[in-house]
Unconditional design. Structure first.
Lengths: 485, 450
């Protein structure tokens, strides 16, 4: 990792330096006819950089990052699998990247076929045939699905059903999306096994319930054994069941949510279908719904008639949740991924993801506390043992020490139901040796913790910066460079 | 199997370690009646060569507009330097994720800080976030933030905002007791009338508007300020090379779509949305923010800031549900803005407008006049034809000659069936403008002949 600091662009800016030049600009010609009061008086204060320095700047910044391509990145719930490079080669071609979103349908038949066939494959994989590729990310898909639910409730004349039940282990986006869609959230407890507490669930049922949002496998990496019964209970009470598909990687080709009673779910194509989302996006969060709910999906959808593909608006569509047709270039990569894998390859993804997670769990369980130590799905949650805690070591210390040893830490302090949680998701694309190496690092850290090694509190010591004071960034906010006046 | 490295021998050894006899046994604890008892009905997998061939065949069924594109409507065919494509593909950028762990994510965090600075400067605001999904959803989030900040529920939206942005605002606000009122257009620009009142949370305008016309911005701020409502502007970044930023004019929130900053047309996405506001509003901002702090040795260090606004901490009380944003595309924007610099942006803006002025002259000569001659335009122009049929005929005639243009306005603006827009950029070729004139003349002559 590159240790020496990289100046800010603004610090390296020098008047008169240029990278892009566009000949023929004539300000007086260009401003003729524009109202003077709307004209800019001084140029935008962007940096002035020569090309080589700019290339070095961003190359050096890239060297100050951990990434899947540099080493193991077991960030739980994020499915940080290998992003196939062939998909980048395909997406780089002008036949795709050069399409304007308002071109007529006849000139984008290839793109529409990609969307049409991807939707069909996602519908088959989830058992939920109504698919929209419109939402931009998982949370956007949640919001879209909740709006679909509202449209369905409205049509039923159900204006009292405004409560959504959500297990306490859920991702934070679930309750946040509910608020945006005008629903109230009631939290359902987890039981000793880490699953939805059925007794607690029953106490919350009634004609105020619009539905339930459930993550399956859940954020503890456990399959909700009672999922069929949960769906039945919610249906009996008059609601719909939404599944957060963040963890679909574990069950692709093994089980289909539509078959166990789910009414709607989203997929995170940027996780499950391997599309790159460096630094935090772009995502793509298609939602898949039952036949009954299909007519409410957002616009547009791709349909095929007489061998031609075209865009159209579903009958009772909730409308738009963004511009144009979805994150098409992400969809294209996901399509390539699905076509490369095929039905068997998709199942192998789930099998190997689950095997890798269990292998890692078994490797570390004698040194870490694994609260739900049984066969898990694609990820598992561990926490420091009592001995480690007594030595004053917290999960954050562990995360920072793992960095020193060359690994991106797992997700920490989530799910909230496990104190000091450390949640590891290896994904199917990692080799046995990589998992062995990481397990050894985890064990080493556990031993260091018990031995009371002081350096754990000082970790990381070999990164570009030592431990960062995150609170200070809020106390004295510095969210942008201040140019000298 | 594609992308799976472990061999059968590896799997055998690993299964033994886990203590199960087969991969299938790993799924034994699942309710067996819920498991799929067949293969998915998805085509068998292709190898890499077959895949590339398959996609090449599909790609041949597209005719990309890029390079011969007079279509605008929010996405414009601008150029970007090769370094953007190349550096974005560095896998250290490409395959990282949200920088939750600052010490091993300084690269991502620093470029986001630089991005925030350049976007804030573009908008004329104090702060900007780390990106949104797109311009339309950023506009919807701006309406939500204004409602949240003012405690009011009425949003007045200019009919000149992008139809997709207006539709997105409608969808977002439909279920939370909000009222969306559209301010109509008069002579191609917004007529606010007396729609803004003391119940109004936000007054929203787009610069330039969907018809390509330049709006009067100062009055919007005045109207909003008079009733303590938030003024919100959605901007086309390239236009800021010539036009005054809304922040300078006193707008509270500035949003937009970053496609024109180095992002391929890509059939409409992903681009990135941006969101800028004043520092005092920072705790109500949606999305991620990066700030500067220091490490234990006092060295400058970048980190996520104000995470307590966000859904992973605040859950149902969060300012927004956004989690994954469009970072990788915002990185393109960051590199492109730095490559342009202040003069580069102004040049692109000038040449785009100069080409549009030439287009207006050429089409006027052919017989298409501007639909709103009293309004000023930037690089996109509304023209009036004799009829809706003629609009479509012109569109087809362009396509037959390998040019893409003509966005009919009738679908989004009833009564404007005979109006269409055309946009130019610095990539517009002078010879294409000449062809454009010839094609227009032919279409109009045919009409006369009939």
């Amino acid at each position: 990792m590159r240790l020496t600091p990289v100046n800010l662009l603004f610090e390296d800016s020098r008047p008169g330096r240029r990278t892009v030049r566009t000949p023929g600009a004539d300000r007086s010609l260009a401003t003729a006819g524009l109202p003077r009061e709307e004209l800019r008086e001084k140029p935008v204060a962007w940096p002035e950089m020569g090309e080589l320095d700019l290339v070095r700047h961003f190359t050096r910044l890239s060297q100050r990052n951990y990434a899947i391509s540099t080493n193991f990145y077991p960030l739980g719930s994020c499915t940080m699998k290998y992003n196939p490079l062939v998909n980048e080669a395909i997406a780089g071609q002008g036949a795709w990247s050069g399409l304007h979103p308002l071109q007529d349908d006849s000139s984008v038949q290839g793109a529409l076929k990609v969307m049409h066939d991807l939707a069909a494959d996602l519908g088959e994989a989830t058992g939920l045939p109504g698919v929209t590729l419109h939402p931009a990310a998982g949370a956007h898909g949640e919001l879209t699905a909740l709006m679909v639910l509202r449209a369905w409730l409205d049509e039923q004349g159900e204006d009292k059903r405004r409560t959504i039940l959500i297990p306490d282990s859920a991702h934070g986006t679930n309750p946040a999306s509910c608020t945006l869609a005008g629903f109230k959230v009631v939290s359902v407890k987890s039981d000793d096994m880490g699953l939805t507490d059925m007794d607690d669930l029953r106490t919350h049922l009634g004609d105020h319930v619009a539905g339930m949002m459930i993550t399956n496998p859940n954020t503890l990496g456990l399959f909700e054994d009672n999922i069929a019964e949960i769906c039945e209970l919610i249906h009996q009470t008059g609601g719909k069941v939404y599944m957060d598909g963040a963890n679909f990687n574990a069950i692709m080709g093994i089980a289909r949510p539509g078959d166990f009673g789910i009414d709607m779910m989203h997929l995170n194509l940027h996780k499950t279908m391997s599309t790159p989302h460096g630094g935090g996006g772009p995502g793509s969060g298609p939602i898949c719904v039952t036949e009954e709910l299909t007519k409410y999906l957002p616009t547009p959808a791709v349909v095929k008639t007489n061998g031609k593909y075209r865009l159209r608006t579903p009958e009772a569509s909730i409308g738009r949740v963004r511009a144009f047709h979805g994150n098409f270039m992400v969809l294209l990569r996901a399509y390539s991924y699905v076509k490369r894998l095929g039905a068997i390859g998709i199942r192998r993804v789930a099998e190997n993801a689950v095997l890798n997670a269990n292998y890692l769990r078994v490797k570390v369980r004698d040194h870490w506390r694994v609260p739900h130590d049984r066969i898990c799905m694609h990820e598992f949650v561990a926490r420091p043992t009592m001995e480690m805690r007594e030595a004053g070591i917290h999960t954050m210390d562990v995360a920072k020490r793992l960095m020193e040893l060359g690994y991106h830490p797992p997700t920490v302090y989530f799910p909230l139901v496990i104190n000091e949680a450390i949640m590891a998701e290896p994904t199917e694309t990692e080799s046995r040796e990589t998992l062995d190496g990481f397990a050894e690092a985890m064990i080493q850290v556990a031993k260091e913790a018990i031995a009371g090694e002081e350096f754990l509190h000082a970790a990381p010591r070999n990164m570009p910066v030592t431990r960062v004071d995150e609170a200070k960034a809020v106390k004295n906010p510095n969210l942008r460079y201040q140019h000298e006046a | 199997m594609p992308y799976i490295q472990n061999s059968d021998a590896d799997r055998e050894a690993m299964l033994a370690e886990v203590g199960v006899g087969s991969v299938r046994e790993l799924f034994d604890s699942l309710p067996q009646d819920q498991l799929l008892d067949r293969d998915l009905a998805i085509d068998p997998g292709l190898n890499e060569e077959q895949l590339q061939r398959h996609l090449a065949n599909l790609g041949a069924e597209n005719t990309p507009a890029a390079g011969a594109c007079f279509l605008g409507g929010g996405f414009y065919d601008h150029a970007w330097p090769a370094l953007v494509d190349h550096l974005m593909q560095r896998t250290e950028f490409l395959t990282s994720y949200t920088p939750y762990q600052p010490e091993c994510s300084q690269g991502t965090l620093q470029w986001i800080y630089e991005f925030q600075t350049m976007i804030a400067d573009l908008c004329g605001c104090e702060v900007a976030n780390a990106s949104m999904y797109d311009g339309a959803s950023a506009a919807a989030e701006a309406a939500l933030m204004a409602m949240n900040a003012t405690g009011r529920s009425k949003v007045v939206v200019s009919a000149g905002m992008h139809p997709h942005a207006r539709a997105t605002i409608m969808t977002y606000l439909k279920h939370i007791d909000a009222e969306v009122v559209e301010a109509p257009l008069k002579n191609g620009v917004t007529d606010w009338g007396d729609l803004v009142d003391d119940q109004t949370a936000a007054v929203m305008v787009q610069q330039p508007n969907y018809l390509g016309n330049v709006e009067s911005m100062a009055p919007v701020v005045a109207i909003a300020k008079a009733v303590k409502a938030y003024s919100v502007a959605s901007i086309y970044p390239v236009s800021m090379g010539l036009l005054k930023s809304p922040g300078e004019q006193g707008f509270d929130i500035v949003v937009g779509d970053g496609q024109s900053l180095g992002v391929p047309l890509g059939y409409g996405g992903p681009s990135f949305g941006f969101f800028a506001a004043s520092l005092k509003a920072v705790r109500k901002l949606p999305g991620r923010l990066v700030g500067i702090s220091e490490d234990t040795e006092g060295k400058r260090a970048f980190t996520l800031a104000f995470q307590t606004r966000e859904q992973h901490i605040r859950r149902e009380k969060a300012t927004s549900n956004i989690c994954t944003n469009n970072a990788l595309i915002a990185l393109r924007g960051c590199m492109h803005m730095a490559a342009l610099g202040p003069e580069g942006l102004e040049e692109v803006a000038c040449v785009s407008r100069q080409r549009a002025l030439e287009m207006v002259g050429i089409l006027k000569q052919a017989g298409f006049s501007r639909a709103f001659p009293d309004a000023a335009f930037f690089n996109e122009v509304a023209f009036r034809a004799d009829s809706e049929d003629q609009v479509l005929q012109f569109k087809r005639a362009l396509k037959d000659e390998g040019l893409f243009g003509v966005i009919p306005m009738g679908r989004d603006y009833p009564g404007m069936e005979d109006v269409f827009t055309m946009a130019c950029t610095e990539r517009t070729l002078p010879e294409d403008l000449i062809r454009l004139g010839r094609i227009a003349a032919t279409v109009l002559q045919q009409e006369v002949a009939r």
